[in-house]
Ligand binder design. Sequence first.
Ligand SMILES: NC(=O)c1ccc[n+]([C@@H]2O[C@H](COP(=O)([O-])OP(=O)(O)OC[C@H]3O[C@@H](n4cnc5c(N)ncnc54)[C@H](O)[C@@H]3O)[C@@H](O)[C@H]2O)c1
Length: 458
Amino acid sequence: MKNNHESSRRGFIKKLATTTAAVAAGSTVFAVSQDSDTKHFAIQKRSYIGANDSINMALIGAGGMGTGDTITALKVPGTKLVGVCDLYEGRLKDAKNRWGQDIFTTRSYQEILNRSDIDAVIVATPDHWHQQISIDAMRAGKHVYCEKPMVHSIGEGPAVIKAQKETGKVFQVGSQGVSSLGNEKAKELLKDGAIGELNFAEGFWARHSPGGAWQYPIPADASAATVDWDTFVSNTKKRSFDALRFFRWRNYRDYGTGMSGDLFVHLFSSLHFITDSFGPNKIYSSGGLRYWKDGREVPDVLLGIFDYPDQTQAHPAFNLSLRCNFADGTSGNTILKLVGSEGAMDIGWDSVTLRRNKNFSSDDPFFIEKMKQAGTPLSDRKRILPQEEYTFAAEKGYMGGPYDHFFNFFHAIRTNGKVAEDAIFGYRAAAPALLCNDSYNNDTAILWNPEKMQLIKK
Ligand SMILES: NC(=O)c1ccc[n+]([C@@H]2O[C@H](COP(=O)([O-])OP(=O)(O)OC[C@H]3O[C@@H](n4cnc5c(N)ncnc54)[C@H](O)[C@@H]3O)[C@@H](O)[C@H]2O)c1
């Protein structure tokens, strides 16, 4: 493992020298500029292949993300929206107003699956419906774009993987960051040894607003007449109609997957894509309900600690720390950072910032004394220099990770090709997020075999 990494370590320096030389020679491949100690590079935007045919799709779950996903999907050439399914009348009306009165709408996703003119579905329901609808859709011959997290509980993953294998349908999970130029650049930089040997990663989400903390508005007409509540709870605990549970489902464990299933899962997806990792083998979490005491069943501050084992040919053993705070006074921040022996990078969907130490010389008196005692000559004491900083930002006009993720999905359908986030990838990203909840709820560390995707009994 070490050798594998060490052989690529100097690759970054070489590549950088070539790139800088190309720029000096007037190449348009990269634009680079420098202010003070930061060098700026442009990540070249993609070119996309056009389409001669049309893929007909339907949306199942026409809320916030489903609507956003469909708007993005329709920007990809050669796509058409045929039907929309939702359990709330208001969303079906909105869909007709947005996409045309001739759109087929229904409360029953089975009616969508029964239609022979639909090739692909977007599943953007609350988490507790992802598994069943995805499997039913693939078995009905539809390609599926399923929102993250792929499943609602750890035991649900294998059946999705099985359905994908057996049907051969294209199945993509919706952590759109994995298709972004920023994540791709980070993967390349890591491979080239830009941060040396990876030993630590961290990520966080900080929010401080009612919307950010999932206190969504309840429509004025919400009632048992406008909402198909019986279907909503038909695969979980039966309760009488509760608009809060329906419209703020993230706060309740029967339907949502808490902060880790909602947000950490994005960080796992990106991290696994960048490092080619299967995931952690030990998961521990802690947290509490500190601020949004509105009857929710999930914490609003959550910390997760994850041990990643050495994975030959992919990465050395490293540690990951994740946190999420919905009452963070600084608010509005998300970050994914990878730290190695020679530098660190902050990774976004459109950009990467890389920092590397220029030199290292200890001025620790204890260390100097030890060196003297051992008779080891000390090199000249060096000044502490500022870190080298490089920014890599997508060129103007880049369509963005969400577009690339859908382009990737439709392209795989047309070419019978691979998607960025298939069922195995999606399960490996969802599993540590779901186990993070299990660790919190059961107050215990959890052992997981990320390669075999199995729990390990302690
Ligand atoms: N990839 C991302 O960045 C991202 C962002 C937000 C949400 N999401 C995911 O998207 C999904 C939806 O989240 P949201 O914020 O849009 O929620 P939402 O509440 O706004 O929308 C969910 C919709 O699903 C409908 N629904 C519920 N059960 C259904 C069923 N059985 N059949 C058909 N429709 C049903 C609801 O009526 C609602 O309109 C979640 O899984 C969430 O994790 C992903």
